[in-house]
Every structure is written in C-alpha cells, then in structure tokens.
Design a protein around this ligand. Structure first.
Ligand code: SAH
Length: 378
C-alpha cells in the first residue's frame, strides 16, 4: 500500500466549519438541493439565478471553497460562508492498492466519527463506493460494517462531499467520478431521506450530473424502503443483497430477514423492476459450508427462474474475528456453472483492493485513524 499523496484536508477554516456545523449553528451547504438554495437566495434578497452559478462552481468546477468563486460578489461569498458549513469532511488519509486500481479514503466527520469511501479505477470507469451511515443496523453475520451496530446516519452533505472531494482528487489527471455505488458502510434504505436527497444532487444536471443509470443502491432488503423508492421519480439501479436461496439460510446470516421474509423482499424487488424498467441484480456472498453447496445453487436457480436478473457472486472477504471462510475456487466455479446452465446471467465480482482492505463488507468504524481495520470486500 502507498499514500496516494498530494491531497490534504483540514485547515483552520475547515475546523471552524466542522465545529459550527456540529453545534448546529450552520447549515451544511452540500445538503441543499438547487431548489433550496434558490429559496435561500430569494429569502435573502439575492437573485435566484445566483444559486445555479454557485452550484456550477461547486459541482461543475469542483470548488470546495466559497472564496474561489470569482464571478460572485465578495458580499455574497461572505454571506454564504457565514451561513453554510462547507466543506465539512476532513480527509484523514488515503491508501492506494499495489496495483493502483483502488484508493481508499478515510474521512473525519464534524463529530470526529470516521467513515470511508473507496475509489475503483477500472478502464474508463471511476467508481466511488460511498458510505451512508456510521456503522450499520443490519448486522449481517459476514460483514465488518455492522459489528458495532448503527452509530448514526450521515447527512446528505456527508454523503455528497465524499464524491466532491474525490472529484478534486481526480482533477489533477483531468478525470471525474463516473459511477456511484452505495455499497460502503451502512444500509441506504435505513437512511432514506438523506440518500434520496444525495442522489438528487448527484444526478441533477446542475449538480454532479451523473446519470441515474450509473448510480446503484444496494440494500439488505428493507421492504417499505424498496416500495418507497419505486414511487420516487428516480430510476437508479437497485441491487438486493440476497445471499441465500431460501428464508431459512437467509435468516441465519441476515438478521433483517426475520423482519422482512424473503418472499416479500423478492416481490418488492419485482415491483421496483416493473416501475423503473430496470433489471434486478442479486448479490450473493459465497460463504464456505453455509450457502455454497451445489444444492443451494439449484435452489437459487429455481427461486429466480423467469426473472430478468443477474446474480453477482462475491466470494467472502475475510473479516477479522469472524469464523467464516471463502469457498474454494472450484466450488465457486461449480456454483456459477449450475446457475448459468439454468439460464441465469451470472457475474463473479473481481476482488479489488484486497491489500488495503478495501473490498465489500470490510468497511468498519475505526477508533483511531491509524488502525488499518477498514475494508471494502475485493
Ligand atoms: N447495506 C447494503 C450495502 C452494504 S454492503 C447491503 O446490504 O446491500 C455491499 C455488499 O457487500 C453487500 O452485498 C454485502 O452483503 C456485501 N458484503 C458484506 N460483507 C462482505 C464480506 N465480508 N465479503 C463479501 N461480501 C460482503
């Protein structure tokens, strides 16, 4: 691993912003939609078109400082700086994988809690894996993020700024973030409003202008959240963390399955697919001796028979202290073969960033930034 370097966060102004926003005196700039900023402009006797201008600086030109907005009057810049906390995330450290294709960012929040994002470089794609909560309420048996349970939700600004800062980081190579996945720490549908607001800022043409086709939300299966998302005027990709071919196995590894039975979750996903005309992806983390038997693959094929879907197989990524194992390669290949023979489109997630613990399910809340116990599964 190596320090990605050249990108430092945290000066006196930032610290002041963090403290003031923590005390609740200041609103967070990146929690505002364009409409809300237009409303603020009108209330404060500014011209509404200024809102689009400010948005263009922040989301189009990657300015992370009101002072940089040279075509905005000094008075308005001072007014904005007095009213809004921006930026609020402080970069603690970056780590780059040896193959230089995965970079992990550790952020400090205004209340000093820590979260991570992972940037994955793959061909032309610049994908950011975003966190939406500190900790996670889902507490899946194989995942590091939920081991301490949920600490708190992230605000929209805390979600949006992860991408803004990474755009800044990419800027030196003339690149921008192209794809977003809510697969970092947290359960997006348990922080519904903040996630939907962040998505609005991500895809809005005056915001980051990232197509909804390039935004993916991954859920453990929160049924009412799936229904609610289906009714939004959004068409983001929704992925279900399925991980089992039946309710019995699912209950053992996913505590949420007790509240949301498999049948109801699958029906909600079908409904989302109908409403949005998006195919469904099911994630299936393969755990040796638990859900990786050929019989499990056969049962999974039956369960998904007739659905327009893809199964994304993720070999388990080791989490410290868990007595779980990744299946042998041949077991994974056999599992995949059975699904494909049954006509089910299958992908096998290539594990990236393993050397920096930047793979699915390995992100955890650190007590000290120096401890390297975070991870996204490869
Ligand atoms: N809460 C959301 C998103 C977070 S995790 C969800 O449950 O979908 C993103 C994906 O990584 C999920 O499919 C999750 O089940 C998977 N994952 C978690 N821990 C893992 C591990 N140790 N190895 C492999 N995949 C894991």
């Amino acid at each position: 691993m190596a320090d990605a370097g050249g990108f430092k966060g945290g000066d006196a102004g930032e610290v002041k912003n963090q403290i003031l926003s923590l005390l609740g005196y200041m609103k967070e700039f990146c929690s505002l939609t364009l409409k809300e900023l237009q409303g603020w402009m009108e209330q404060t006797s500014e011209k509404a078109f200024r809102a689009a201008q400010i948005f263009d600086w922040v989301y189009g030109k990657d300015a992370i400082d009101f002072g940089a907005m040279t075509n905005v009057s000094k008075e308005l810049r001072a007014k904005l700086a007095g009213e809004f906390a921006f930026p609020i995330l402080k970069l603690v450290k970056t780590q780059e994988s040896e193959d230089q294709e995965t970079i992990k960012f550790l952020w400090e929040l205004p209340d000093r809690k820590l979260v991570e994002s992972v940037l994955i470089l793959s061909g032309d794609r610049r994908t950011v894996c975003i966190s939406c909560q500190v900790g996670c309420p889902a507490r899946c048996a194989f995942c590091a993020s939920g081991r301490e349970g949920l600490m708190r939700n992230l605000s929209p600004a805390e979600i949006v700024e992860q991408v803004l800062h990474i755009n800044q980081f990419l800027k030196k190579n003339g690149e921008r973030v192209s794809h977003l996945v809510f697969m970092g720490m947290g359960e997006p549908l348990e922080n519904y409003e903040a996630v939907v607001k962040a998505i609005d800022i991500f895809h809005h043409p005056e915001g980051l202008n990232i197509s909804q086709r390039r935004i993916t939300v991954s859920t453990v299966g929160v049924v009412e959240g799936i229904h609610r998302l289906a009714k939004e005027e959004l068409k983001v990709n929704l992925v279900l963390s399925l991980h089992a071919p039946n309710q019995n196995i699912r209950k053992k590894i996913i505590p949420y399955a007790r509240k949301y039975p498999l049948e109801e979750v699958l029906m909600a996903m079908d409904e989302y697919s109908r409403q949005t005309k998006r195919d469904i992806t099911y994630e299936y983390t393969l755990l040796a001796g638990i859900n990786d038997h050929p019989k499990n693959a056969e049962e999974l094929a039956k369960l998904l028979n007739g659905k327009q879907c893809t199964v994304n197989l993720i070999p388990y990524n080791p989490v410290d202290g868990l007595r779980l194992n990744r299946p042998e390669k041949t077991t994974i290949e056999d599992f995949r073969f059975i699904l494909e023979e049954a006509g089910i489109n299958t992908t096998w997630r290539y594990t990236k960033g393993k050397d920096i613990a930047a793979a699915c399910g390995q992100l955890a809340q650190l007590n000290k930034p120096s401890e390297n116990t975070l991870a996204l599964v490869p």
